[in-house]
Every structure is written in C-alpha cells, then in structure tokens.
Design a protein around this ligand. Structure first.
Ligand code: HPA
Length: 282
C-alpha cells in the first residue's frame, strides 16, 4: 500500500515529541486572540516549541507565539496551543489541522476551541462571547480530502453534533455562575486574510451564521473525524464589516479581545475545571 504523506508527517511529528510529553492531557485548548497570555497564569509542567518539531507549521501572524504548554488547570491535565496557524498564511489545510491531530495522539479527549470573530448577528456587540453551537466550514477545503486515514477516523464522518451538548451546558453554567450573558450561535469560517465586504457579511447572515472568522471550523472537522468531544467560544471582537460606520482593523480586533480577556480567561478556567470533574465521573 502506498504511504499517505499526511499520515507519515503526523506520525513523524508525534514520534519526534513523544518523549517530551509530561502527562496524558484530557483537554486540548487552543488559545485564540485575547487568550494569548492565558498560559502565563499557570506553571508549565512541559513545553514544546513548534520550531523543535520537524516540518511543523509555525505561525507568521504578529503576536502569535508558537508552542504547546502542558499544565494542570484546577486539577485537569491540559495541553494548550499558544499560537495556531491559519489557512491564509499559505499552509495546506492538512498542515493547519496537524496540531489538533497531534494533540489527539497525545491522548486529549476534549478539544476546546477559542477565537476572535466578527459578529454577524445584529443582536451581538463587540466584547460579547458566543458559545459555538454549530458551524459552516464549506468555504475552506475539508481537511478530510485525500485518501482517508482509517487509523484516525471514518471516510464519511458524521457531523450532526460537532459541538458536544454536555460541554456546551458546562460553558453555559460557567457563564451563568459569572453573571455573564453568553450569546450562542453558528460560526462560519472564511479563508481571510482580508476582512469581509458588507455584501459577504450579508451572505453569511443569510446562510445562517452569527459570527465569522478565519479559523476553528476546519480544526473542528478534523477533530470530529478523530472522535474528540468538541466545544468552542468566540470572542466577538467587532461587528462585521458594513454593520457599523467604522472601517475594521486588526488593531481594533486585538484591542477588544484584550479588553475582555480577563472575562474570557475566567470563563475558560471555570469551564475546564468542570470538564475535568465530569470526565473523572465526579
Ligand atoms: N471577520 C473575520 N475574522 C475576524 C473578524 C471579522 O470581522 N474579527 C475577528 N476575526
């Protein structure tokens, strides 16, 4: 049988780091904009720089670091990705999802996705948080295209419940305990890197999206294929183009994400604490 280069690369990466994995993580947490320094609040029990991993995609976006950090959050073993790569950076979609697959090989059972996104729903405001209930990934190539890697999952993966109901409820309960009003909705991924035109934002709304961004959905497809339980939260860093009079800038996105970062961190921490307990059967 001919070898699948995507699978070979994944296993090569895994083999090259497996000695450095300090424990089996339960939760794989991807830190999006605004959560970039989340890991600083925890003492790392292990760290793997992406540069150390042969052929590993390394982010080119300013302000995005690139490393796996292993730590316990309220007793739950977690591997965090400080810095993700985006399709618009020029990587193949299989490279974009490689880190997610790698964390599953490390043993993670839950994938916790976070991002900054543009609000498409007129009921949203900059600084809101949106629990991701479902997604539209049809505008980016599927990471499952190519020979199926039967070792990872089935050829025709079921996507009827990408975002796990129990994990969604944990996040709702965590927000309620903080008195935080949590929006909910559908995340739509476009390639970027340009922000959308007003007509594209209208298109997203007509298609049923509540938030639009340039990451996450392809990662969730690959993760669902591998059998992860998945949850996700978008920080609505801005209303999407055309919904206000203001032009959109990366600076504005970053500033809003930074402003609400303390709340975002608390929501993630509380949620992970509960996830650890529910996984332990307590
Ligand atoms: N559009 C796409 N991606 C984004 C946005 C947006 O308005 N804000 C943050 N990420």
């Amino acid at each position: 049988m001919s070898k699948n280069p995507v699978y070979e690369k994944l296993m090569g990466c895994y083999d090259s780091i497996k000695e450095k994995i300090p424990f089996t993580p339960k939760v794989a947490l991807i830190l999006g904009s605004g959560l970039g320094d989340y890991a600083d609040g925890y003492s790392a029990e292990g760290m793997i720089d992406y540069h150390e991993i042969q052929g590993f995609p390394v982010s080119t976006v300013p302000g995005h670091k690139g490393r796996f950090i292993f730590t316990h959050i309220e007793g739950t073993p977690v591997v965090m990705m400080q810095g993700r790569v985006h399709y618009y950076e020029g990587y193949s979609i299989s490279d974009v999802v490689l880190p997610v697959r790698l964390m599953r090989l490390m043993g993670a059972e839950i994938l916790f996705l976070t991002n900054a996104a543009g609000g498409v729903n007129f009921d949203f405001a900059a600084g809101d948080f949106m629990l991701i209930r479902d997604q539209i990934s049809s505008f980016v190539p599927s990471p499952l295209i190519g020979p199926n890697m039967d070792q990872l999952g089935p050829r025709f993966a079921d996507m009827s419940h990408i975002y796990d109901e129990d994990l969604q409820q944990i996040i709702r309960d965590s927000a309620a305990a903080m008195n935080l009003s949590l929006k909910e909705g559908v995340y739509l991924q476009l390639t970027g890197p340009a922000y959308e035109s007003p007509a594209e934002v209208r298109m997203c709304r007509i298609l049923g999206a509540d938030a639009v961004g340039m990451s996450t959905a392809c990662e969730a497809v690959a993760a669902n294929h591998m059998g992860y339980k998945i949850c996700g939260i978008s920080c609505i860093s801005n209303l999407a183009c055309g919904m206000t009079d203001q032009p959109l800038s990366h600076k504005e996105v970053q500033e809003t994400a930074d402003r609400v970062a303390p709340l975002f961190k608390e929501l993630v921490t509380r949620s992970i604490a509960k996830m650890g307990k529910s996984l332990n059967g307590k």
